[in-house]
Design a protein around this ligand. Sequence first.
Ligand code: TXA
Ligand code: MG
Length: 327
Amino acid sequence: MSFASDSEIAHAVEILRAGGLVAFPTETVYGLGADASNPAALHRLYEAKGRPTSHPVIVHVRGASDLPRWAREVPPVALRLTGRFWPGPLTLVLKRAAGVLDQVTGGEDTVGLRVPAHPIAQRLLHAFGGGIAAPSANRFGRLSPTTAQHVCDELGDTVDLILDGGACEVGIESTIIDLSRGTPVLLRSGRISTADIEAATGVKVAQRTSASPRAPGTLAAHYAPRTPLILAAASDFERVIREQAASGRIAVLAFHPQPPNSHASLWQIGATDAHVYAHDLYTLLRVLDRSGCVRIVVEAPPERAEWNAVRDRLMRAATGSGGANGT
Ligand code: TXA
Ligand code: MG
């Protein structure tokens, strides 16, 4: 892993204070950061991502002691979660405090808050002092970046500075829990599972329903490569590849090695450990996406709970790939 120097962090803080955009590593994915209290900076952030302004962004803060600045109610269950999981890959949705900008909340009465664990993110937040609004540093609807090079490929010159912290440890976005309505509701799955949250709080986590608050990242079409992606069960795998190969070259992400006589042109193998698979997922999908193949065929992960977050991202990638827009 590489490290930002103190002068690079100081430079990043100057850019944020001047309303600029700084991409930085977190333990989940790279974020595209802007001063969460500066409307003009937030406007630039939305432009850079090509994201509709009605979609809320997560505010990254130094620690749980920053919560009252952003949230008007911090229920006991929130403090149990922050005590157990912050800094870490968990975002809490709470009732917004007065003065939190509509550009951050997407006009909702809630705000998403997270304390990232990556040392560069921590140093940046402490040097800056305020909240940093940071969506994943990709164009709207595309794969989240997990290296500085991915950010550069995605956003190029629209970012004022990219802090390089090497490859992100978790590799998929944070778990999001809505605590603004009493019962905790899972809005996005991630490394921290529902079972982890229930164990830490003693409270049952509900799954999202149509009555849950809007979370654009939970639209079906999201996290997508450009090449159409098909999820196929292991039992069906070679048949799907053979059928798809009628339209051109096929790129594959599977758990097993390429069999002889396979019709695929490019074959990547995913790890059998769910955390390792998640760590590699977006990098592998980028490789497959750039291969010039007409389809990406991915072997469906096991049905077990430890694969929930990966399965969720793959299902969204399957729905959203090939140009359909998500967030
Ligand atoms: O791991 C992560 O969470 C990364 C890193 C950079 O921290 N960030 C990230 O941000 O994934 P973004 O904007 O790509 O996804 C944030 C998700 C979106 O689906 C958004 O709708 C949801 O969080 N969100 C943010 N604020 C919300 C709120 N007040 N209510 C409901 N959903 C919210
Ligand atoms: Mg995103």
